[in-house]
Design a protein around this ligand. Structure first.
Ligand SMILES: Cc1cc2nc3c(=O)[nH]c(=O)nc-3n(C[C@H](O)[C@H](O)[C@H](O)COP(=O)(O)OP(=O)(O)OC[C@H]3O[C@@H](n4cnc5c(N)ncnc54)[C@H](O)[C@@H]3O)c2cc1C
Length: 423
């Protein structure tokens, strides 16, 4: 495979600088050493991941809320969890580059996914748009993961076309009365609070009448109902809001500012869903499986067609990785291109799907069925082909969703076309 990203472990362990010179230079300009930091994160994952979480990570199992919170608190203890926040709010003023290295390394190690709704979305929104009282009240719960947040944007008739959202918030003494329905609300079953887009006014330009409210999900009138998905896991929900009272102090910014906050969040979301660390992990799985699965008495890894396909995937992975790093450096230098998040979102989701398609074709040859119960605990007699196989099948199913959430890939193509054609 040559000097590829798949081999960087060894070189890093021997103290070599493994990042691209442009990355090393940008890191030095931001006063950190990219390779040394990468090494530090790897050491942390190896030495500090609790045994139960590490065992589940090795089997690609599904973490529950308690495990995710425990891991986030360990990250908070290192100062890395909110390091991208300003110092005035408990952060370290990290730029995109250092955060990208952290997230890439965590994904490569298979650690629990960081719940971005708090630390990456509403935390930064409150820092940018919130009142000092809101910052004081909510940010500590994000930093120590005491409060689990959900994102209430999409509605049954308003996904891609968010401007048509119909959840109404009507002003009354001391606050708002909210009625409507949110859908696809990720992990709302675990959430304490939801940052929610509501319509406070009917305006000529639909986006002008949208505001953001912070809704306590234990309020009377809130019902969270699971949506059954084909992977037999409970990730997404419908949230019904019936005459829910929301105090006036839970409005973020001013009425009509919700659209600007949604854009602020969605742009962050698209950079995060590139998931190059996960792509790397899946490429590793692909090579490991190809060495084990045989075709005509020989390991598939020796077949020219497999080698060609694996090489194509590796080239795409390397190209995407280089592009993400270039985009992070550009953003830190204030040269951010408006189409970068859309481009990265499309290529990141497609690459993950392509790698996992190749993985699933190898698993299919072994005739293995999907055992969703194995995602949560060991199954009697183990899984044929390895304990991590059910998790890989789950990842394959889940990868279908990556081109939908965070703004579908068709919508991203529209954004790129508009920006490039200036229409
Ligand atoms: C797993 C998962 C988790 C999610 N989590 C959350 C969450 O936590 N909070 C939240 O608010 N939302 C969440 N979403 C919702 C997600 O943001 C929406 O599903 C997404 O924006 C698409 O909206 P929609 O489902 O209404 O599809 P629609 O907007 O109805 O689109 C249907 C199809 O038409 C295409 N389409 C629509 N408009 C255009 C156009 N103008 N040009 C070309 N093609 C178009 C779309 O690409 C899509 O293929 C989640 C979704 C998924 C799948």
């Amino acid at each position: 495979m040559g000097a590829s990203g798949l081999e960087i472990d060894d070189r890093l362990d021997h103290g070599e600088k493994i990042d691209d010179p442009a990355v090393e230079r940008a890191a030095a300009a931001a006063s950190f050493d990219a390779s040394a930091f990468r090494q530090e994160v790897r050491r942390f994952c190896r030495e500090c991941m609790p045994a139960d979480i590490a065992a589940m990570a090795s089997k690609n199992q599904y973490f529950d809320r308690e495990q995710r919170v425990r891991w986030q608190r360990l990250l908070a203890d290192t100062g890395w969890f909110t390091a991208h926040w300003p110092r005035a709010h408990g952060g370290q003023d990290w730029g995109h580059l250092q955060r990208l290295i952290l997230i890439e390394e965590l994904e490569r190690a298979g650690t629990p996914w960081i719940a971005h709704f708090g630390v990456s979305f509403i935390g930064p929104v409150l820092i940018e748009f919130g009142s000092p009282e809101q910052q004081q009240h909510y940010l500590p719960g994000v930093i120590n993961s005491d409060t689990w947040w959900a994102q209430g944007f999409s509605e049954p008739g308003a996904g891609s076309d968010l401007g048509s959202l119909a959840t109404r918030a009507v002003r009354e003494a001391g606050g708002y009365r909210v009625n409507g329905q949110k859908t696809w609300t990720t992990m709302a079953q675990w959430a304490d609070m939801m940052f929610c887009l509501v319509r406070t006014e009917q305006t000529q330009r639909r986006s002008d009448g949208i505001s953001m409210l912070l809704i306590d999900l234990k309020s009377p009138g809130v019902t969270v109902r699971p949506i059954e998905t084909y992977d037999a896991c409970h990730h997404v929900n419908e949230v019904f809001l019936e005459d829910v009272f929301v105090p006036a102090e839970n409005l973020v910014g001013t009425e009509g500012q919700g659209w600007a906050m949604a854009r602020f969040i969605v742009e962050r979301e698209r950079l995060l869903v590139t998931e190059i660390g996960r792509a790397h992990r899946f490429l590793h799985e692909l090579h490991a499986l190809a060495a084990k699965v045989c075709d005509g008495g020989k390991p598939v890894s020796q077949s020219p067609s497999f080698r060609r396909r694996a090489a194509q995937l590796e080239v795409r992975y390397q190209a995407l990785r280089a592009t993400v790093y270039a985009a992070a450096i550009a953003a830190d230098e204030g040269r951010h291109h408006p189409v970068d998040p859309s481009l990265l979102k499309i290529r990141g989701s497609e690459l993950q799907q392509e790698i996992l398609d190749a993985v699933i074709e190898l698993i299919e040859r072994s005739g293995l069925a999907y055992q969703s119960t194995a995602l949560f605990g060991d199954i009697d007699g183990g899984s044929r082909g390895g304990a991590h196989i059910p998790g890989l099948i789950f990842d394959h199913l889940h990868s279908r969703l990556t081109s939908i959430y965070g703004g579908s890939n068709e919508i991203q193509r529209g954004i790129i076309a508009k920006a490039l054609l200036q229409v």
